[in-house]
Design a protein around this ligand. Sequence first.
Ligand code: SF4
Ligand code: SF4
Length: 384
Amino acid sequence: MVSTRRSKVAVAICGSYDNEKVYRAVSGAIGALGGIESFVSPSERILVKPNLLYPSESERVITTHPAVISAVLRLLAEAGCGSVSIGDSPANGNCVGALQKLGLTEDSLCGARIADMSHEVTFEYPEGKTARRFYFAREVTESDAIIGVCKMKTHMLERVTGALKNMYGLVCGFRKAVGHTTYNNAAVFARMLCDLYKATPQRLHVMDGVVAMEGNGPASGDPVSMNVILASSDPIALDSVFCRLVYLSPRLVPTNVYGALAGIGTFEESEIDLVLIDEDGGESSVSMKELVERCGNPDFDVLREGEKLNVLTLLARITGGKRKPVIDPARCVKCGVCVDHCPVEGKAVSFASGRSEPPVYNYKKCIRCYCCQEVCPKKAISVR
Ligand code: SF4
Ligand code: SF4
């Protein structure tokens, strides 16, 4: 049977974080999808969800760049949207602090309000296949529409973090860490994300890939220029285009595989229409091959283990959890952030040798959630 599904991904070339250039690129990409007005209406309560993993300067590429966030907010303001808030639930610190670190205050948000992501609401979702209850920030349940503004980054659990994974920040504070113990491997975590996605009023995704993060992501990796901004209403198609651009098979990413199975979107090249927007605003339809030739990076450092395996074998390997987090004592400042964030009861990483030594792992307890690696402020933890 021939599939009738079609998803559209717009890719705008953007060579720098100059505010006007970014605005033109974001505007061009969303324009190619029909314009912001085709996703939201002015009377709706709209939550813009960037990736604010933790408070850090934009140069560290841990978070969505403020120019991309501002461009989306400006478009919404220009469309007459009068009830816009911006919020994320960082792994460390809080939303206001993370935005301040990016130089964004309420005065510079085009009339948008900073969401209070600290009030938790229990949200029952009986339709869920894997997760039937979420602990969302109240702002999430009070929104009519959500627009994701994610960052193009690597991730040790899911290989990449993009549009779908970004939505985990809708979950309130410490509940995120606890969620890793409930959904304790890459496959089941991805399935939970699919339920979360379907439980919330998702409309559109914009990905900041001007400068991406490769290597030891999502917080300890290295910046790499990809010079693109992507947009789509289909998070799976968008994330799969990210994969193609870095020469990673989309099938190796659990969020893509389960997202497609859940009917959220498609990673099939034959089902994705691509529009390329040049820096001068010129728009053209391109094939995936043409796009990758123009914008791809075969040297992008991302976990490629298992590229020769089929999906089932790969997922078996993922859930087997062979890799593990390792601390580099030369980088460790013994701050204890990793210990604080380990969600396992009794801690799988601790100062078992005393506070004068780096923490040590108990790999028998460790569930390989990599929360410790994600929050280490000194890039001292890698996954091997
Ligand atoms: S978070 Fe990083 S720097 Fe801090 S104790 Fe853990 S490994 Fe060391
Ligand atoms: S030690 Fe790290 S990877 Fe292992 S369970 Fe704790 S936070 Fe997760």
